[in-house]
Ligand binder design. Structure first.
Ligand code: 13P
Length: 284
């Protein structure tokens, strides 16, 4: 298996209007499902550990988990730390061999966001690790939106963080939201287009569970080279496990139970991979 350098891969993807999907995972079972889907879809994938997973397991163990699961597919699995608000957690993940980290300073002032990002970019440099930064806000969950367009990434702020901290990829708040939302989020493609024209770095779209396929594909054509998907993985995992447990709790041994759950998670992961691999299907 050839594992291309991730920083180069996302640059190439932006140029070719392709997109890598990062899937939030919790443990060996959903990570196996992602690996199996990558094998079927014939494309590289990223698994993303979010901070509670790292706090519970350590980034060392997460790295070992992905190394152990890599042989399930011939496709490269890249490991990413998602939404870390802690510079120290990013540094630890870099030391433990992650391919990629996100330093999320989006809830801080621009000045603090730039300073945090700069520190992580410097630390990651010698290890060749990709750094993702965020400008604007991804709505949903506990993100505080102070005014109507508070979430919207400003082009000037994106340019400032790129010039001063130079992260490799940029997550931008353009209206998408984490998780299931009562109404379909309105995506500000006009702003995405302005940002894409202002910087060369590949862009990242968060909130992949609630974005329509045609919007994902439109965003990819505009410069999005990484899409984050989480909620649909977690909810499928929990609902399918609950169903299996309900069948007969007295004989619900984990390996037998997970044998039925993993293929269900694989199906939703594959469905999202097919949504971004549209170049191989109907649209070209
Ligand atoms: P969803 O949970 O909406 O798929 O978003 C995931 C995400 O953006 C993680 O960073």
């Amino acid at each position: 298996m050839e594992k291309q350098n991730l920083i180069q891969l996302v640059k190439d993807y932006r140029a070719a209007q392709k997109c890598l999907i990062g899937f939030n995972v919790n443990d060996i079972y959903d990570t196996q499902a992602v690996a199996m889907a990558a094998e079927e879809a014939n494309c590289p994938v990223m698994v993303m550990t979010y901070p509670p997973v790292v706090e519970l397991n350590t980034s060392y163990l997460c790295k070992k988990m992905v190394e152990g699961i890599q042989p399930f597919t011939k496709q490269p699995i890249y490991l990413h730390l998602d939404h870390s608000v802690s510079v120290d957690m990013c540094k630890r993940a870099i030391d433990d061999g992650y391919d990629s980290v996100m330093i999320d300073g989006s809830q801080k002032s621009l000045k603090e966001n730039i300073a945090m990002t700069k520190e992580v970019v410097r630390y990651a440099e010698s290890a060749g690790v990709l750094v993702e930064a965020e400008i604007g806000k991804i709505m949903g969950r506990d993100v505080i939106i102070k005014s109507d367009d508070d979430f919207l990434a400003s082009v000037a702020d994106v340019k400032a963080i790129m010039e001063e901290a130079n992260p490799h990829i940029m997550a931008v708040g353009i209206g998408t939201a984490h998780g299931f939302t009562p109404t379909t989020p309105k995506i500000h493609f006009d702003r995405l287009s302005e940002i894409a024209a202002a910087i060369e770095a590949p862009l990242v779209l968060h909130g992949g569970t609630g974005i329509a396929d045609e919007d994902i594909q439109k965003a990819i054509r505009m410069g999005v080279a990484k899409l984050n998907v989480g909620t649909i993985v977690h909810t499928t995992y929990m609902k399918e496990m609950y169903k299996e447990m309900g069948k007969d709790i007295d004989s619900a041994y984990p390996p037998y139970l997970m044998k039925n759950v993993i293929p269900k998670i694989k199906d939703v992961v594959l469905d999202r991979l097919n949504a971004v691999n549209f170049k191989n299907s109907v649209l070209v």
